[in-house]
Every structure is written in structure tokens, then in C-alpha cells.
Design a binder for this molecule. Structure first.
Ligand SMILES: *Cc1c(COP(=O)(O)O)cnc(C)c1O
Length: 396
């Protein structure tokens, strides 16, 4: 089918292909597992955000099945119209406890949680949203939907953050919000949340931390960056996603009761988009239960992380400044990164190549994430493949 009116799409696609930016995801034919069937081939999966390997966990799957049988498939409308299902109420209460916050509010994804909070709190040109330059795209888009002025500080550069907070714009601002990823998704480094909080609060700004890659990963029992720094009760807003360690989909903001109540009455993604299916809320409750009662998952995640990072370094790879299971393998060129990834796939290892605009030009890389479910044998095999191809392509 062709429309003359849509001919521009062909041109745009050709341009993306010429710029090496055209994306065509592989197809996964099994559950997301440490070893998955992808494009018909069994490969060691180092690309998922399935930190605790719970996407295929029998207890978690059973929770989804039971909730489906009891509560059905969908929630049938937005919560502000049809009402809130009891599972969502329970999950909000448990997430508030997990994050040591007064209350929490669920959204349909981490992306929408960031959009909801930025757009709802930063409502006037007199407001100022201050963001780390490496923050996630959903924070950037949330900022674009907000009416506030925006300032970006150099990655984790506390002097620059302070400088912005001491500027005239900040002095005159009505509300000031400092936003940071908790764990940066492309580099795996941890935000200096203790310093950010101190600098923000001494300038009457409040802090929002997006713990997408931190919840279920760092801090006591996987409670996230706030717990990691011992800042319980000191960070105004904690965002989380339910699509990474929590194995399903969704997001939340954990905060004060009054801010939760406010978001529940004005946040557009909450008011104009239906809530998660009940089965999803049930799986998240099951994952929370595992995090609180079965510490071996987190221990295996961190043991595997230490092993894999150590072996990659020993082999001579540059793994950046990562402090978490997100481990980049720096390549510095998109053609080479793609070739590396394709060769790895042939050797039975799946690791995603990342280029501009996901990461800056010149910082092209493969990003790897080990999970609690990988065996040491899986990881040894993966390192052997990395080493072989790294030599082939003159990276090491
Ligand atoms: C993955 C991610 C999101 C988006 O979460 P979804 O639940 O997949 O929409 C938001 N913020 C950060 C930092 C992320 O890494």
C-alpha cells in the first residue's frame, strides 16, 4: 500500500538507515530468561533488565494466574472513573512501606511516572526543573510537557548543580525541583544523591530520584538509591519502574500523602489512561514478597555482577564507571559496536549495541546486564565470546 501523502516516511527511513540509526529489534520466542530463544537461536541473554530473573519465576507467574482468575483481565477504565481495584490499593500501600514513604501512586509505566510528576509539579514558567544531562528520555519528555523553565547540569557535576541553584533564575523561581536517575541506565554509575539532597535542600529545592535501575537492585533488600545512601525520609519523591527488577510493567511515585493525593487528582497519565491489569499488580506484590523474604536473589545478582565485571576487566575491556550490574563495554564506533554484537550473537551471546542518541557520539558501546539467574558457566562462556571477538575487532 502506498500513499503519496506518506512518502516522507520512506525518506525518513532511508535517512535513518544512512545514519546507522534504524532499529529493527530481534524477536524473542521464549520467556525472557538468562538463556533465551532469540531469532530462533538459544543465546545467553545479557540485554534484559530482568535483574532478579523473575519474569519466568513460578511463584510470580502463579500470582498472575490467580489474580486473572479472580479479578479478570483488565481494569476497564481509568481509576478516576471506574474506581481503583483492591490490588492496586494494596500495591500502593506496600510500595510506600518499601520506600519508607508516606504514600505512593501507581502509573502504567516508569516513563509515564516521570511524565506525570514533572508535568504536574512544574506548572508555571516561574518554576524551575533542574536535570542531570544523562537523565532518562522520559524525564526529558516530562520536562518538555511541563510549563517550567529547565536547566541541565553536567553529569553528576555538583559544582554545576550548585551554580544553577545560585543563579538569578533559581533565586526568583517559585518551585525548584532537582531530578536525577538513581542509577544511570547507560553507564551504571550511581547518582551522588547525598550531595544532591544537601545542595538542593540548602537552596529550597526538592529532589526527585528515578530509581528505574535501582529498585530491586541496590540498597537494603533492593529498596533503591535512598536506602543505599541511608537517606530514608529525606528525599521528597522516589520514582520506580515495575518493568525491570519487578519483572512486569508499570511505575510509581513514592512520596508524601498530600503530594500523592494531589497527583491522584491532576496527573494526566493517571486521569486519562487506564491502570495496569490486576495480574500485573499481583505479580509486583509477589516480587516484593520475594525481595523482602528471599535475600538469595539479590546476593546472586551481585555475585554474578562482580564475577562478570572482573572477568571483562581482566580480558582488557573498558567497562566505564559502572558500580552496578549495568556494565558497558566501550567500543567508540557504531559500525564496530554493531559488528561486535552480531558476531557475539553468532557465538550464542546477546548484548545490545548502543549509539547516538541513546548515548553520546564517540561513546558507542555494548551494554550488558547480568541477572541473578545466570550461572557462572553462562558468564564464562559469555566472557570467552567477548574475548574472542574483542581480539578479532582489535578492541583488546
Ligand atoms: C527504563 C527506564 C524508565 C522507563 O521505565 P518503563 O517502566 O520501561 O517505562 C524510566 N527511567 C529510567 C531511568 C529508566 O531506565
Amino acid at each position: 500500500m502506498t500513499f503519496k501523502t506518506l512518502q516522507f516516511a520512506e525518506e525518513e527511513v532511508a535517512k535513518l538507515k544512512a545514519e546507522n540509526r534504524f532499529l529493527s529489534p530481534r524477536v524473542v520466542q521464549s520467556a525472557q530468561k538468562p538463556v533465551s530463544i532469540i531469532d530462533g537461536k538459544e543465546v545467553i541473554n545479557l540485554t534484559s533488565n530482568n535483574y532478579l530473573a523473575l519474569t519466568d519465576n513460578p511463584k510470580v507467574k502463579q500470582a498472575a494466574i490467580e489474580a486473572t482468575l479472580k479479578y479478570g483481565i483488565g481494569s476497564a477504565a481509568v481509576r478516576t472513573i471506574i474506581g481503583t481495584m483492591s490490588l492496586h490499593v494494596e500495591l500502593e500501600k506496600k510500595f510506600a512501606e518499601f520506600k519508607h514513604a508516606e504514600a505512593s501512586i501507581l502509573f502504567q509505566s516508569g516513563f509515564l511516572s516521570n511524565v506525570a510528576v514533572c508535568q504536574s509539579l512544574m506548572t508555571s514558567p516561574e518554576d524551575l526543573l533542574i536535570s542531570d544531562e544523562l537523565n532518562h528520555a522520559s524525564i526529558i519528555d516530562g520536562g518538555r510537557l511541563a510549563k517550567a523553565q529547565r536547566k541541565v547540569y553536567r553529569h553528576s557535576d555538583m559544582a554545576h548543580l550548585r551554580e544553577i541553584l545560585e543563579s538569578d533564575i533559581a533565586k526568583k523561581a517559585r518551585r525548584k525541583m532537582v531530578v536525577t536517575d538513581g542509577v544511570f541506565s547507560m553507564d551504571g554509575d550511581i547518582a551522588k544523591l547525598d550531595e544532591i539532597a544537601e545542595i538542593a535542600h540548602s537552596h529550597d529545592a526538592f529532589v526527585m530520584v528515578d530509581d528505574a535501575h535501582a529498585s530491586g537492585v541496590i540498597g537494603k533488600q533492593g529498596r533503591g538509591t535512598v536506602s543505599h545512601f541511608g537517606l530514608d525520609g529525606k528525599i521528597e519523591i522516589q520514582i520506580g519502574t515495575l518493568s525491570k527488577a519487578f519483572a512486569a510493567v508499570g511505575g510509581y511515585a513514592a512520596t508524601t500523602q498530600s503530594l500523592r493525593d494531589y497527583l491522584g487528582s491532576v496527573a494526566r497519565p493517571f486521569m486519562f489512561s487506564s491502570s495496569q491489569p490486576p495480574s500485573v499488580a499481583a505479580t509486583c506484590l509477589a516480587v516484593l514478597d520475594i525481595l523482602l523474604n528471599e535475600p538469595e536473589y539479590l546476593k546472586r545478582l551481585w555475585d554474578n555482577t562482580a564475577f562478570f565485571k572482573g572477568e571483562l576487566k581482566k580480558a582488557g575491556f573498558d567497562t566505564g564507571n559502572s558500580e552496578t550490574p549495568v556494565t558497558p563495554v566501550m567500543i567508540g564506533d557504531m559500525d564496530k559496536a554493531k559488528k561486535f554484537s552480531n558476531r557475539l550473537f553468532e557465538e550464542g551471546v546477546f548484548a545490545l549495541p548502543l549509539g547516538f542518541p541513546t548515548v553520546p557520539k564517540g561513546k558507542e558501546r555494548l551494554r550488558t546486564i547480568v541477572t541473578a539467574g545466570h550461572t557462572i558457566k553462562d558468564l564464562e562462556k559469555a566472557v570467552a565470546a567477548f574475548t574472542k571477538i574483542g581480539r578479532e575487532l582489535n578492541i583488546i
